[in-house]
Write a protein that binds this ligand. Structure first.
Ligand SMILES: Cc1ncc(COP(=O)(O)O)c(C=O)c1O
Length: 404
């Protein structure tokens, strides 16, 4: 077989569809989020990032950076092993306590990323519980889908955010079988939020466990940043709450929070937990500082929501369509992969505005979009500039349509 030829053909096909991914080569600047230097092309240029998942700019927060520096000075660079073999550092233990407290659970367990936490936890729970059936929301993230698939447990996909469909499906499963309902709170691409209470009511009525991915909500919602379940007073209704340290907390890593027995079970059986080097101690120290900060400070959350409102109001005023939702995500709908990339390229090259195009397979074909994530650190001048750049491009698109 011509392996190289095959790889090139597949990549050419992606390019032909407009779905080939080009990474922006950025150098973030400490202390001036959301600014970054972009490398490549004819040299470098300064850009304002409008699509970061460092939602609150905590990756630049002085208390987070100080904690990381201090931990590097004390412990050095890496953890030095898996959690079982010399890699458990006191910073990991402290962080797990901080996370358990954040979610009002007995325990928490750290993973190297949110992806790995979903994959490893769902694989382990669904494969080890004898005869387990997993009920998975149809819009669940790839990490959950892959974990469930890998478990080889029976899987049912319920209609997105539908307690009725969940109830119907659970009613058809033999009552004595273990059941696990897996869903997210904030769905990252459309920004809609699950009816957590109703889904928990249905799960409880059928004796099912619940697994909630709060990756796009932790740090951002709830009086202590515990996520949507905290904001709605529902944390005790969930069997497992899963989150990331890489988005609103600004560092990297993932976790589950649950009962001591469940965390110990995953700790003892999950290959994705056992057979990998632990997070560097300074990463754990930085994440713990970030969580501690957001447990008490409301400033970041308040200003974040205010900037989201401002961006939406300005888009409304100039008639740029975005998908309405109750969260902080502003999906500006384009509906065509080539046009989406074209708009994103011009925003970057001519206006210094960086919004990555979101194309298939991240979103379904025909729903390509610019996923804008305002942060508390964008200024009013940044918002003015973003909106006028988008207005300029939208009028160019309208002109092109009129001429065609
Ligand atoms: C819903 C959801 N869960 C899990 C993850 C994975 O988290 P991490 O980026 O920490 O691996 C993501 C990543 O974007 C996500 O959107």
């Amino acid at each position: 077989m011509d392996y190289e030829g095959y790889f090139r053909d597949q990549l050419d096909a992606l390019m032909g569809e407009g779905n080939y991914r080009v990474f922006a080569d950025l150098e973030r600047h400490r202390g001036s989020f959301p600014r970054a230097t972009r490398h490549g092309g004819e040299g470098t240029s300064e850009v304002t990032v409008w699509c970061s998942n460092d939602y609150l700019g905590m990756g630049q927060n002085p208390s987070v950076l100080a904690a990381m520096h201090e931990a590097i000075e004390r412990c050095g660079a890496g953890a030095g092993g898996t959690r079982n073999i010399s890699g458990t550092n006191h910073y990991h233990v402290l962080l797990e306590r901080e996370l358990a407290d954040l979610h009002g659970k007995e325990s928490a367990l750290l993973f190297t990323s949110g992806y790995v936490s979903n994959w490893a936890s769902l694989t382990t729970l669904a494969s080890k519980l004898p005869g387990c059936v997993v009920l998975s929301d149809e819009m669940n993230h790839a990490s959950m889908i892959e974990g469930i698939r890998h478990s080889r447990a029976e899987r049912q996909i319920f209609k997105h955010n539908s307690p009725e469909d969940l109830d119907r499906r659970l009613s058809l499963i033999e009552p004595g079988r273990p059941k696990l309902v897996a869903f997210e709170s904030v769905y990252s691409m459309d920004g809609d939020i699950a009816p957590i209470e109703e889904l928990c009511d249905v799960a409880d009525a059928h004796g099912a466990m619940t697994y909630l991915d709060e990756v796009h909500a932790v740090g951002l919602y709830g009086p202590r940043g515990g996520g949507i379940a905290e904001a709605r007073g529902l944390m005790d209704r969930l069997t497992v709450i899963e989150g990331t340290l890489g988005k609103a907390f600004g560092v990297v890593g993932g976790y589950i929070a649950a009962s001591t027995a469940l965390c110990d079970f995953v700790r003892s059986f999950a290959s994705g937990f056992i057979f990998t080097t632990a997070l560097p101690p300074h990463v754990a120290a930085g994440a713990a500082a970030s969580i501690r900060h957001l447990k008490t400070s409301q400033v970041e959350r308040a200003r974040h929501q205010e900037n989201v409102r401002k961006v939406r109001a300005r888009l409304d005023a100039i008639g740029i369509p975005y998908m309405p939702n109750p969260s902080h995500i502003v999906p500006v709908m384009v509906g065509d992969p080539v046009k989406c990339k074209w708009i994103s390229d011009i925003l970057l090259d001519s206006f210094g505005v960086y919004v990555q195009p979101i194309n298939y397979p991240t979103v379904p074909k025909g729903t390509e979009r610019l996923r804008i994530t305002p942060s508390p650190l964008h200024t009013d001048a940044d918002i003015d500039h973003l909106v006028s750049a988008l207005e300029n491009l939208w009028s160019r698109c309208a002109l092109a349509r009129a001429v065609a």
